[in-house]
Design a protein around this ligand. Structure first.
Ligand SMILES: [Zn+2]
Length: 649
């Protein structure tokens, strides 16, 4: 059947050619989202004289939504591109419509409605994101045939959209009685950060581990499907080695015992800022803090002058998915020292946490919420619960691996919310997550959820219904991470540039810019988008006023920068700058029962601090002016962190 399919594609493509070429190659890759099989990529390569023609049909269904991309790539026999097209979607909110024609040293590029004729260097490739994987397979072959050049410029894409490829090793995997020999590569720049790809001895793609829309995505050749987890683990080992290299290059400017002297200290307790203050750090903890006149700096302790600067507690992101190691320097660069991961690949996130905790890798402190969904074709991830037994098993697996929380996902039924919550509570864990389909937020809370991700409240602030719901949340001490910056990013009018509300977008690598190039809502104007956002912000304010803990969470967005935007939006909602900072520090720490050691700048707590160039209490935007981030007493240079993963500082 697959051969028939390949022939059919050949016949369509070459219908007008003089002689129908034989299909030289074809393949089927099983696609997975966070390890759940969700679709296929089928490709065929035909030969006609000197030219090769790839056609790919990339198709998956994620949580009920179909994502489909058709792509073609014509190359010379040494894989130099001649013509590339890609049309459809590569992820839920990423539309792709690209056409690139190469003519000598120039390329006619049409992408997302804009057309341009550009000059291309001798070494270049045509690729538009991770899909189709078959195009990345040909990219690897091109690289091998062109002297394994260090840099490959790619089109379409903005200048600087360069790709770097490395050989990472060989391995043999056993599938039944058969041994398959593979070579492993890292590709950096097709998406943000490194992907792992495996070619077999014929140069055919065996597997790939990458990210789509910020979450893990895997492609595995059909006959190798049983090796999926092994591929994920192998990719994880490589990426952790990459992070250890970054860690070795970005040495802390200071560690051990030192005193920062002369800055303004905003300790995050709500007390007035301390002018001309001192923070003494000893072995990762805050040994003393206060005005210069009242803090005795022990003899022989190195001092770091920070006059004119502002110190705040390390920031938290309470809703993220750290699916790649590049997040680690990004978060520290943004002043974020603790994050709660809300759903990830088990093998990756537990290994990353181990490396960070052991001090082998830099990165924020990772708190983990393990995701559980209901079963079925629309489910998310690979941990399900439809019976109390399954609920107990899934909760137990996360508990045994040291997860702090369970994250309930949309298809969990009301009885399972109760079963999961009861088991999690019995084991000393808390429960957060989506309000499941068919439930209201107050029902979810009454069924046992301690926290809720995303805002999940319909209606208008001040209405009887919203007041009643807020009353339920307050009575249950429910914690909310409203992810308003995420709503803003997806809900802004498509005609409004993201930079108009999120300046950080101008500093991200080109491969990541592509992901957001059409994030936004079509068919609405800026005023409508703002009205929708403000409805949410009024509820955030009402929750805060009622005493419901609101914590800063981003659901990723523009990496690192989204944390600052979320904080800014709370000030737009009507919180004071201090209250907005507290939502990203002590209120978050309290929600995770870690306020005894984190969340404020107080004696005895861990030295997780951010040194800013400007005062965030005067103007909340100044939270973006991170100069140094201190995690467990180690002082990192923020610009250096950003640059290590191709962000502009
Ligand atoms: Zn999320």
């Amino acid at each position: 059947m697959r051969i028939g399919y390949a022939f059919a594609i050949g016949a369509i493509l070459w219908g007008v050619a003089q002689q129908p070429p034989a299909p030289a190659e074809h393949g089927t890759l099983r696609l997975h989202y966070v390890q759940k099989p969700i679709g296929y990529e089928r490709y065929a390569i035909t030969r006609a004289g000197d030219a090769l023609q790839l056609t790919s049909d990339f198709d998956f269904t994620d949580r009920g939504g179909n994502v489909h991309l058709n792509a073609t790539l014509r190359t010379t026999s040494d894989y130099t591109p001649i013509h590339f097209t890609a049309k459809g979607k590569s992820y839920r909110f990423v539309n792709v419509d690209s056409d690139v024609t190469i003519d000598g040293t120039s390329a006619t590029v049409r992408a997302d409605g804009a057309a341009a004729k550009i000059t291309i260097p001798a070494i270049f490739y045509t690729v538009d994101g991770y899909a189709p994987f078959a195009a990345q397979m040909l990219l690897l072959r091109y690289w091998k045939q062109h002297g394994e050049q260090r840099v490959i410029r790619t089109v379409p894409g903005s200048p600087g959209n360069d790709v770097y490829i490395e050989r990472r090793g060989r391995e043999a995997i056993r599938i039944g009685t058969k041994t398959v020999r593979l070579e492993r590569f890292a590709i950096d720049g097709v998406v943000w950060g490194r992907e792992t790809l495996w070619l077999d001895e014929d140069g055919s793609l065996a597997a790939a581990v990458t990210r789509a829309g910020g979450l893990s995505f895997e492609a595995v050749r059909e006959d190798l499907e049983s090796a999926l987890v092994g591929f994920v683990q192998r990719a994880t080992t490589d990426r952790l080695a990459d992070l250890e290299l970054i860690t070795a290059r970005i040495l802390p400017l200071k560690r051990g015992t030192y005193a920062m002297v002369g800055g303004t200290i905003i300790d995050g307790t709500g007390r007035p800022a301390i002018a001309d203050g001192v923070v003494v750090v000893r072995d990762g903890k805050i040994a003393d803090v206060g005005p210069r006149a009242s803090v005795a700096i022990p003899e022989g302790v190195a001092t770091v002058p920070i006059t004119g600067k502002f110190v705040i507690p390390g920031l938290w992101d309470m809703h993220t998915h750290v699916t790649q190691v590049e997040w680690a320097p990004v978060y520290l660069g943004a002043g974020v020292t603790t994050v709660r991961d809300m759903g990830n690949e088990f093998e990756f996130i537990t290994a990353l946490r181990k490396d960070i905790n052991a001090g082998r890798a830099l990165g924020p402190r990772l708190l983990l919420a393990g995701l559980i969904d209901g079963p079925g074709p629309d489910a998310f991830g690979v941990y399900y619960a439809a019976t109390p037994d399954e609920a107990a098993k899934a909760v137990g697996k996360y508990h045994d691996a040291g997860f702090e929380q369970i994250k309930i996902y949309s298809l969990i039924t009301p009885p399972m919310v109760e079963a999961i919550s009861a088991e999690a509570h019995r084991l000393g864990m808390t429960v957060t997550g989506h309000v499941p389909n068919g439930m209201t937020i107050d029902q979810a809370v009454i069924a046992g959820m301690d926290q809720i991700a995303h805002l999940g409240i319909r209606g208008e602030a001040g209405s009887d219904d919203v007041n009643r719901i807020i009353g339920v949340l307050k009575a249950h001490k429910t914690v909310i991470d409203p992810t308003q910056s995420w709503n803003e990013l997806l809900g802004h009018a498509a005609g409004t540039p993201i930079a108009a509300f999120q300046p950080g977008v101008t500093k991200i690598p080109p491969s990541l810019t592509r992901l957001f190039s059409n994030a936004g809502t079509a068919g609405i104007d800026a005023a409508t988008a703002r009205t929708r956002l403000e409805r949410g912000l009024r509820i955030v304010k009402a929750l805060h006023d009622a005493g419901v803990p609101v914590v800063v969470g981003t659901d990723e967005g523009i990496p690192g920068h989204a944390v600052h935007r979320e904080i800014e939006l709370y000030v737009e909602a009507g919180l004071t700058p201090m209250e907005a900072l507290q939502a990203a520090t002590i209120v978050s720490a309290r929600a995770m029962k870690l306020d005894g050691e984190l969340g404020t700048i107080e004696k005895g707590k861990r030295a997780d601090l951010v040194v800013l160039n400007a005062n965030p209490l005067e103007k909340i935007q100044n939270v973006r002016t991170v100069r140094w981030t201190i995690k467990d007493g180690r002082v990192y240079d923020a610009p250096e962190l950003w640059r290590s993963v191709r962000f502009q500082p």
